[in-house]
Design a protein around this ligand. Sequence first.
Ligand code: AMP
Ligand code: GLY
Length: 418
Amino acid sequence: MKIVVVGKGGREHALVRALAESPGEPELFCYPGSDAILQMARPVAADGLESLVEWMEVHEIDLCVAGEESYLVKGEGLANLCEKAGIPCWGPHLQSAQLEASKESAKAFLERQGIPTGKASACGTLEEARAAIGGQYPTVLKFDGLAAGKGVAVCLNQEEGEAFLDEVFTQNRFGPGRVLVEEFLTGPEVSIFAAIVDERYLIFTPARDYKRIGEGDAGANTGGMGAVASRQLIPAELLATIEKDVVAPTVAGLRKEGLPYRGFLYFGLMLTPQGPKVIEYNCRFGDPECQAVMPLVKGDLASFCLAGAKGELKPELISFDEGWSVCVVLASAGYPESSRNGDVIHGLDDPGAFRVYHAGTHRSPAGEWVTNGGRVLAAVAGGATRAEAVAAAHAAADQISFDGSQRRRDIGIMHFED
Ligand code: AMP
Ligand code: GLY
């Protein structure tokens, strides 16, 4: 089986490795990939969406797996172009990927389908936004579009609210677009992933990510400083409620609204005192949750995704470890405001029992791994208990070093009561 994975980050490194470990030994390619990924997968000679699809046609690719979302919403959409070319694609069509690309569309979908979520109004001008806030703080302001993770502001007071509105409406920082003024919700967050194939789905291992740069959830938002995953992360009854109130109605809603979906759907949830509420959908796996979840997936992920892309959900092809998995991200100096490239990374030679997924690294001509981005890599390890997985993942991260490295030592520890 020939598979192309689309993307270049830590999530795609984890996906490529999980697919490579599938029993049929698939032949793997990655576009655009990274130096680390391209040690496990071959490169694709393409320069953009259309040439990628052409290349896949010419090379008789059996399956395209969408890692990152950007290609799903570019041009005519990766999945749409694959369909035209007759290439099975694990990842949704352009029109379905609006659930991630437009927060306003997602909110309208949630409301139409009666799925629990925070109340919100969409505003096109500064005045409308101010009126919708009505002086009520805290409030949550979301730019309606892809904004590289910078488009959401949880505003505790008027000063913060005005600063974000100024960025959107006066400085046009994200380009033209509307703002969603959303009710401020409280509670622990959880990331739920479902593999959706038309009207059927399979829920993967739940995870939690740590978005802030600092321990104790202090400081700026990042792309994610770590994650913890386990079937035991949330009680079975709560997962059953999430399935009944959120996952099943979402899948049914996609069908009712004629939105084709074959691929992973990520439900960002807040476990509020009133029950689980959706704060966002992403039409892909989470990053860094994928790096924590994939080592728990057993069986034949490649055949599972291929069958799914062709319209058959085959849960019997995979299973999930009952244990825990913890992913600790190492970020470069200056992150998240900036990042530093070129610092030599030590400790990668013998990963032993843990896994290392590269997100922002580069292999120098001398053969050394150096930093090449904000989030550099993740050390991932598992255990039968959370304590074991936490100890193993942090011990793994301790073995890796580079100048200016930043990491959180409370990954897998914070947000648990015991
Ligand atoms: P999003 O990109 O929509 O996931 O938002 C980024 C982060 O902002 C989330 O992970 C939450 O921590 C926070 N957030 C989003 N929506 C809300 C909300 N309605 N109430 C409180 N916090 C929120
Ligand atoms: N873990 C957050 C994200 O993938 O968007």
